[in-house]
Design a protein around this ligand. Structure first.
Ligand SMILES: [Zn+2]
Ligand SMILES: [Zn+2]
Length: 371
């Protein structure tokens, strides 16, 4: 077990000590128990006692140093749910509020606000701090620590009140997998005129199918390499399931919008593009491990756009939670104890969960009655 302080030059609150499971330099992705002193609670911040945290592929990419070397212990986790136990005097939540935290914990503060924050697209803020291992740019120093821990302190505008209809373990996955799929469907106006494709039926894809069904998409085509996901895809809202080359051929020029949630090197971009209708968008939600290569003819002849999509704004997160509550949309989850986080990470890496693993601090904290 490491015993160390929060990194960065920020001031620390020595009266508080948070304990979590940290990725360590050269640790091969195996998390170790580690404690740190958080930053002093600012007037606009809340302290959250964490009850649940989802496990996302990004936590694994980071912990295994796939995104570059780790230089100090760092706690991952960015699908966080818990209860507000302390608040600064200007915080927007009250003690006892049940809230969730996603991929960001801070953006522009004070009077100098960037163009993206002004436009309500804070996910592109130049001064943002992501939820773990990210330096704060609010003038107070320090580095963010994530949600595989007992507590976290965040600015209250990045703690989102959870509707009472949604249980805490089910809420967790909305804060990364949920918003990552909700925002592009909204941005590209998925609705009754849309023939939508979803490539990859996993943590992201299984929520995307449910959003699409609630938005009334005309066709919802699940595209998966695994035939054994067919029945579940239909239960999640798919109207069609594609998993071989013959079916891909038959689906030529049939999709108005398609979300690609698959980051594997097995992606066949030519095949995906062949399914795109004129004037359609193929939206990349996961960062592929290998360069994207394709011949441009279909792109040019059909006016197809390949675009990326990164998270969603604060406004979108509130809207998404309301939409999920109203339409009964819930992630399909497996619960594990925080103590078993290493096993959970291995299972996520192997693509085993159906469809998201949520770590749980204390099984009795799962009730919905605390909102
Ligand atoms: Zn994530
Ligand atoms: Zn900003």
């Amino acid at each position: 077990m490491f015993s160390s302080q929060a990194g960065g030059a920020g001031e620390e609150d020595k009266s508080a000590k948070f304990t979590g499971w940290a990725a360590v330099p050269g640790g091969n992705g195996v998390l170790q128990k580690w404690s740190y002193h958080p930053r002093p609670l600012a007037a606009e911040e809340v302290e959250i006692e964490i009850s649940h945290c989802g496990v996302c592929g990004s936590d694994i990419h980071f912990s295994t140093e796939g995104w570059g070397p780790i230089t100090r212990p760092a706690i991952p986790g960015h699908e966080i749910v818990g209860i507000v136990v302390k608040r600064g005097e200007d915080a927007s939540h009250q003690i006892g509020d049940r809230v969730g935290v996603g991929c960001l914990v801070s953006c522009c503060r004070g009077t100098s606000v960037c163009d993206w924050c002004r436009k309500g697209e804070d996910q592109f803020c130049q001064n943002k701090t992501v939820t773990f291992s990210s330096p704060y740019k609010d003038g107070r120093g320090g580095i963010s620590e994530g949600g595989f821990a007992d507590r976290i302190r965040v600015y209250s505008d990045y703690a989102f009140k959870i509707p009472k209809e949604i249980s805490s373990p089910e809420a967790a996955s909305f804060f990364c997998a949920g918003i990552t799929t909700y925002t592009p469907l909204k941005r590209y106006k998925a609705g009754p005129n849309t023939r939508l494709g979803v490539i990859g039926i996993g943590g992201l894809g299984h929520i995307a199918l449910q959003w699409a069904a609630a938005m009334g998409c005309r066709e919802i085509v699940a595209i998966s390499g695994r035939d054994n996901k067919k029945d579940e895809a239909f239960r999640l809202g798919a109207t069609k399931f594609i998993n071989d080359k013959e079916q891909i051929k038959e689906a030529a020029r049939s999709l108005d919008l398609c979300l690609c949630t698959n980051a594997s090197h097995n992606n066949n971009w030519e095949e995906y593009l062949s399914m795109m209708a004129p004037l359609s968008q193929l939206v990349l939600l996961a960062l592929p491990e290998t360069p994207i290569t394709f011949v441009g003819s279909h792109l040019v002849s059909q006016d197809v756009a390949i675009v990326g999509s990164h998270l969603g704004s604060k406004g979108d997160i509130d809207e998404m939670l309301e939409f999920a509550a109203k339409h009964g949309i819930r992630p399909w989850i497996e619960k594990r104890s925080f103590e078993d986080c290493n096993e959970a990470m291995k299972d996520v890496h192997a693509g085993k969960p159906r469809y998201r693993i949520v770590l749980e601090m204390n099984p009795s904290s799962s009730s919905t009655s605390t909102s």
